[in-house]
Design a binder for this molecule. Structure first.
Ligand code: NAP
Ligand code: HSE
Length: 451
């Protein structure tokens, strides 16, 4: 951490290893170089890049080639490195590099939600053992400060619910499908070009990325270790233009939501429910106005009430902003001493069984358009303990004739709050009923409290 200055005095400086120079790393390096003087003032010492690890040394990069290496471990091991910034992505390689850095007493800043969501316990323990920092603000919701506020500003309150749009790629796709009727594939490709999508966009569109973020948010909000495998997950790949039109009819829009909630278990105790799925929310809800690659996280806390965080959720520069905020904080601690608050999973609540979780649903189906259908449909819902709120029949879109020459109509049933297991049993019964041709889609509805 020190160097010999021209004066002969020992001057502090913070040596940094940057692992990865892709979408995020390139912006981290650019901003560090462009704002070097400001960072020196903010930290109390210069932040000096000791080296940058990449996979392909032949790629054209706007950086001193002397800094580049394809051996990230050797960079981590350098004695003059105080802080390691990991923006490679993936799990196994970065896990080893980060553990090694922490074990060597070096603080770590990472944007890697997949890794943090899967291995937070191990990484936090390693940071605690060496009394160094592990920062991961950029891992959730890009530029939006949400990890810091959960660890510090909300530490005196009790969180009840965290609901958010935490994936920029899927929000970009759903917004375009909603606003312009855009094609799914074309919009996904555009999200890739803009640097929002992960290297493998399956993580985005199948909800894995949002599930990692939900695990991290739940861990911090409820002081309970939640990993990505504890999060119920559905992606957006089955959402059709027809679903979006149904949502419009109900004055709603469709968003991929991460819902993290303190719930009551059947035994009366508290539990944590973390789930990710595309859901209808009313157009009047604050989250409905979050479009494009923007993210938002909506908190409900016992004393504070409702708080919403909003901002750019993906992309090189916005994510670099969060990485650099963490780097400044970690560097200040290197220079002045002290440590950031860690996660503190003391509450250790159980994870709720997904079947016991309650929400509202929109069930769309093709049914026989004949006398008595509605009462039979209502009976199926009621027999499985699901109460119907409203029913809409699409009178003008008779779909066709079945073998017996019966017409079909489209029915949209909105339920009251019901358990996932009861709804699943209802749908199974509907699918085998002779009056139902098909259950076209089942979508959850969130944010309807008081509506
Ligand atoms: P990216 O564009 O794919 O960049 C990855 C970088 O890591 C590249 O520079 C690559 O080298 C380098 N790399 C890969 N394997 C390596 C290895 N074995 N050794 C050394 N370097 C290696 O990824 P990104 O979008 O910047 O994302 C980085 C991390 O930030 C991920 O964890 C991601 O989830 C997270 N994140 C991304 C965003 C975003 O909007 N993109 C937002 C929040 C968080 P080459 O350049 O030679 O290929
Ligand atoms: N692929 C992620 C997204 C990057 O689209 O939100 C930000 O974490």
């Amino acid at each position: 951490m020190t160097r010999e200055a021209n004066t002969g005095l020992r001057q502090p400086e913070v040596g940094v290893a940057i692992l990865g120079m892709g979408t995020v790393g390139t912006e981290v390096v650019r901003l560090l170089n462009e704002n070097a003087d400001s960072f020196t003032h903010r930290v109390g010492a210069p932040i000096v890049i000791r080296g940058i690890a990449v996979r392909d040394l032949d790629k054209d990069r706007n950086v001193d080639p002397e800094l580049l290496t394809d051996d990230p471990q050797s960079l981590v091991d350098r004695e003059d490195v105080d802080v390691v910034v990991e923006v490679i992505g993936g799990i196994d390689g970065p896990r080893e590099l980060i553990l090694s850095a922490l074990q060597q007493g070096k603080s770590v800043v990472t944007a890697n939600k997949a890794l943090v969501a899967a291995h937070a316990a191990e990484l936090s323990q390693a940071a605690d053992d060496s009394r160094v920092d592990l920062y991961f603000e950029a891992a959730v919701a890009g530029a939006i400060p949400i990890i810091g506020p959960l660890k510090r500003s909300m530490a005196g309150d009790e969180l009840q619910k965290v609901m958010g749009i935490v994936n920029g790629t899927t929000n970009f796709i759903l917004s375009a499908m909603d606003e312009t009727g855009a094609d799914y594939e074309e919009t996904l490709a555009e999200a890739g070009r803009l640097g929002y999508a992960e290297a493998d966009p399956t993580a985005d569109v199948e909800g894995y990325d949002a599930a990692s973020k939900a695990a991290i948010l739940s861990t911090l909000a409820f002081h309970t270790r939640v990993t990505s495998s504890d999060v119920y997950r559905e992606g957006i790949t089955k959402i059709t233009q027809q679903d979006i039109q149904f949502a419009h009819k109900l004055n709603c829009t469709i968003k991929l939501l991460a819902v993290c909630e303190r719930v009551q278990n059947p035994d009366g105790g508290e539990a944590v429910s973390a789930r990710v799925y595309p859901a209808l929310i009313p157009k009047s809800h604050q989250l409905a106005t979050v479009n494009g690659a923007f993210n938002a996280v909506f908190l409900e806390a016992s004393s504070a009430g409702q708080i919403m965080f909003y901002g750019p959720g993906a992309g090189g520069a916005p994510t670099a902003s969060a990485v650099l905020g963490d780097l400044v904080a970690a560097s200040r601690n290197v220079v002045h001493g002290g440590r950031a608050p860690g996660d503190n999973p003391y509450a250790n609540l159980p994870i709720a069984n997904f079947g016991d979780v309650e929400t509202r649903y929109l069930v769309s189906m093709l049914v026989r358009d004949e006398k008595g259908t509605l009462s039979q449909i209502a009976k199926v819902f009621s027999e499985h303990g699901v109460s119907i709120s409203t029913v809409q029949q699409d009178d003008y879109r008779v779909i066709g004739d079945d073998a017996e020459g019966k017409d079909f109509a489209r029915l949209m049933v909105v339920t009251h709050r019901a358990k996932e297991s009861d709804l699943a049993a209802t749908v199974e019964a509907l699918e085998t009923s002779h009056i139902v041709a098909s259950v076209a889609s089942v979508l959850r509805m969130e944010g309807l409290e008081g509506i």
